[in-house]
Design a protein around this ligand. Structure first.
Ligand code: ADP
Ligand code: MG
Length: 265
């Protein structure tokens, strides 16, 4: 049975997209079948996953705006590493307005993917930096939420407690199976005091788990949007690639999914 994980934080620049694409890539390398949904109008995940020379003609907007007639498989593309994805574009801002008056608007995505979700081991959702209708659609179908927190910036904890409350309300109101998979500390420099302070503060203000894996600060990660590659395509031996591999293992363990022999290298 497929597991859906939303990567969510209403702050931008905390490592949501980096986590969505590189976790998806690491899971694919562990022989898991993965679908990435890009729910951010900035479409950074789409840019990284779209194979060179391919032009996306169908995006998540085509699906969500015409949910009754939509053909989901027509909107699924496959990255060079074999990750399936449904992309987005700047049109997604209009989509959010277009669906605002629709009945049951917070579960459009869940209904759209119902028939295909079991084709996958994992569905990873890259959420926008807000808690609007797109994030609510992600939370209404997710099993878990990973909340990246930038561990070299104390202000990244602003609004964090509210976000956790919001996820809990979503769980009570629309999706009883939803839980926080864990807080993921990103941009982590183990020897710095700021990382220690952010880590301690995070632990003190929430009862939700902090993932064992931390993603280290690496300028190589910041290069990947420029070269439009995942870390594993670009620098598979980089320290952050190693961390994302560890994260994939931890996530598989948490969801009771066995690791299988490495097929894609
Ligand atoms: N561990 C890291 N070390 C260094 N740079 C990172 C790290 N994680 C993400 N970045 C870079 O920081 C920028 C913002 O990250 P991104 O994943 O796009 O954040 P978000 O999706 O939360 O807005 C991107 O250029 C990204 O490549
Ligand atoms: Mg992003």
């Amino acid at each position: 049975m497929s597991k859906t994980i939303a990567i969510c934080n209403k702050k931008g620049g905390v490592g949501k997209t980096a986590t969505a694409v590189n976790l998806a890539s690491a899971l694919t390398r562990a022989n898991k079948k993965v679908l990435v949904l890009d729910l951010d109008s900035q479409h950074n995940a789409t840019q990284i996953l779209t194979p060179t020379g391919v032009k996306l003609t169908q995006t998540i907007s085509n699906l969500m705006e015409n949910a009754d007639e939509a053909n989901v498989s027509e909107c699924i593309y496959t990255s060079e590493e074999g990750i399936d994805f449904i992309g987005s574009s700047s049109r997604l801002t209009n989509t959010e307005i277009a669906i605002a008056g629709a009945s049951f608007r917070e579960t459009i995505l869940k209904r759209l993917l119902m028939d295909i979700e079991d084709n996958y081991d994992f569905i990873i959702i890259d959420c926008p930096p807000s808690v609007g209708l797109m994030t609510l659609n992600a939370l209404s179908m997710a099993d878990g939420v990973i909340v990246p927190i930038k561990s070299n910036d104390f202000s990244s904890l602003d609004g964090f407690a509210d976000l956790i409350k919001y996820i809990k309300i979503a769980q009570m109101q629309i999706n009883p199976k939803l839980s926080v998979t864990g807080i993921l500390l990103t941009y982590y420099s183990p020897t710095t005091n700021i990382a220690k302070l952010v880590c301690e503060k995070t632990e003190s203000i929430t009862s939700v788990p902090i993932l064992k894996t931390k993603i280290r600060l690496s300028t190589t990660v910041a290069e990947t949007p420029a070269v439009r590659k995942t870390l594993f395509q670009y620098k598979p031996n980089n320290k952050a690639s190693v961390d994302y591999q560890e994260l994939a293992k931890e996530v598989m363990e948490l969801y009771g999914i066995k690791e299988t022999a490495n097929g894609c290298g």
